[in-house]
Design a protein around this ligand. Structure first.
Ligand code: ADP
Ligand code: MG
Length: 398
């Protein structure tokens, strides 16, 4: 278990907090969605109320190692000021004398946001000198950037070896929810995998397969599994190079005691832009040569809803259909609603599934909606995240 905010006294100390404020921006530079900022509020508010001097550092977008005006963190400081109801200071540098001076100006309980870390190429290179400069700003380090923890960068990994390093509240919640799935889930454990490509989810399927009682396979990846079973899928998204791996997974599952479910009916149309009247549902064996599978069918979605109602834990990654088009969001909605109504512990990951649940207004019905995309996948693959590995272990109290 990682050490966290309960394990040190921040009063009067300078605390460098790595946050993931990498919010989506509109064309005109305004913030489209501030969920990532709000997700870090518990850590920031707690440190403030315990009289820390809070120094926030984040990346924003892909400036590729040089200053890009449209990717400045300044608008984030303004939004954070609104959310906290206080003035958040902003510094046009993240290291060096300007940043040092800004930190010196912080009072106990004050908050300062540094400029975009990725304006410096040394950040992503995990340059030791850059990590040293970051560390020199503070007495303590807190990592609340779960979504960036799979990257060994100066602000996520390097600096954690130079200061006493702790997990923030968001990091703590993410680790507890995700490790609960892998280590001690209430059973039956049902895994639902969707999204576009099987190739990006193989590591997760391999790691979950020995742990689950049921594995439900939807989304674009289902077509590759159906081909492995000899089913004709028309013009559906298939990854030919991974058909053999799909067959191997289907063959291995029973030896591990896992039941695998593929769709028995599907929603098909000419393409992802088709309208609802142009779409039809059919048994999985009846997909036309010119048709594409764009969603799991209603009978399958019903059956899967029953399975999640009887489960103890559900872990779900990737939408079941092309949810961006309401014509193909039906199965995702039905299964998500069933999970919301069930007593199962429910944990989801993946940016697209999160977006789908948000547009359906169902986020609050889940036990935990992970803020990480790649980080969540790597965690569920059983890999150690460098940004987590570098944090202190909690010392057991005898
Ligand atoms: P996540 O971000 O939740 O991990 P992915 O990025 O793997 O999910 O996949 C999301 C994408 O998968 C969405 O853009 C969605 O349109 C697409 N998708 C889902 N089902 C299908 C399908 N049957 N055919 C093609 N694309 C699909
Ligand atoms: Mg995605």
């Amino acid at each position: 278990m990682k050490a966290g905010l309960d394990d040190f006294d921040p009063e009067g100390r300078r605390v460098l907090v790595r946050v993931d404020f990498n919010v989506p921006l509109l064309e005109d530079g305004r913030i489209r969605d501030d969920a990532r900022i709000r997700a870090c509020l518990p850590t920031i508010q707690e440190l403030r109320s315990r009289s820390a001097r809070v120094i926030l550092a984040t990346h924003l977008g892909r400036p590729k190692g040089k200053p890009v005006e449209s990717l400045s963190t300044r608008p984030l400081a303004i939004r954070l000021s609104e959310l906290l109801g206080m003035n958040v200071a902003w510094c046009p540098e993240c290291v060096g004398p300007v940043a040092q001076t800004a930190v010196q100006g912080l009072a106990d309980g004050g908050v300062l946001l540094l400029e975009n870390l990725r304006f410096h190429p040394e950040e992503e290179a995990n340059d030791p000198g850059f990590a040293t400069q970051l560390a020199s700003l503070a007495d303590l380090y807190v990592n609340d950037a779960f979504g960036t923890a799979h990257r060994a960068h100066a602000s996520t990994e390097g600096v954690a070896h130079l200061l006493p390093a702790y997990a923030g509240r968001l990091m703590e919640r993410e680790l507890a929810a995700l490790s609960g799935i892998l280590e001690s889930p209430a059973r039956p454990l049902v895994a639902i995998m969707g999204g576009s490509k099987l190739s990006t989810k193989l590591g997760v399927i391999d790691h979950l397969l020995p742990r689950v009682q049921q594995l439900l396979l939807g989304g674009g990846m289902a077509a590759t599994f159906l081909v492995a079973e000899g089913v004709s899928v028309g013009r559906s998204l298939v990854e030919p190079d991974f058909v053999a791996r799909a067959a191997e997974i289907l063959g291995r599952a029973p030896t591990l005691g896992a039941e695998v479910y593929l769709p028995t009916d599907v929603v098909v149309a000419a393409g992802p832009q088709s309208t609802a009247p142009e779409a039809r549902s059919c048994p999985v064996g009846e997909v036309g040569g010119e048709e594409m599978i764009l969603d799991v069918g209603p009978a399958t979605a019903q059956r899967w809803s029953e399975l999640v109602r009887r489960s103890g834990t559900v872990v779900w990654n990737g939408p079941l259909g092309v949810y961006e088009n309401p014509a193909f969001a039906g199965a995702t909605r039905l299964v998500a609603t069933a999970i919301g109504e069930s007593t199962a512990v429910s944990v989801t990951g993946g940016g697209d599934l999160q977006a789908a649940l948000e547009s359906l207004g169902l986020v609050s019905k889940f036990t935990h909606v992970s803020t990480g995309g790649g980080a969540t996948l790597e965690f569920l693959e059983g890999r150690e995240l460098p940004g987590v590995a570098a944090l202190r272990e909690r010392v057991a109290v005898p």
